[in-house]
Design a protein around this ligand. Structure first.
Ligand SMILES: [Zn+2]
Length: 75
């Protein structure tokens, strides 16, 4: 192996993009953010809760429904 120093001279210069260092976001960024917020409004989702405290149908209800549908299918 050649005797090479570990330092990498290809590091990007620290003074790159001087214009964007003054502001955290550009006008275009703000415009894009507005578009995103407009396209992604919050949604209210109604959840069914079982009397036993978990999302409806709970495991017991699913099993009971399965039993009933199987019984009906067998008639
Ligand atoms: Zn339940």
């Amino acid at each position: 192996m050649p005797d090479r120093p570990d330092e990498c001279p290809a590091d990007p210069p620290a003074q790159a993009l001087p214009e964007q260092r003054h502001r955290l976001v550009s006008d275009q960024d703000v415009e894009d953010a507005d578009d995103v917020l407009f396209a992604h409004p919050p949604r209210v989702v109604r959840r069914w809760l079982c009397e036993c405290g978990v999302d409806y149908p709970c495991a017991d209800v699913r099993f009971a429904l399965l039993v009933k549908s199987s019984a009906e299918a067998g008639e």
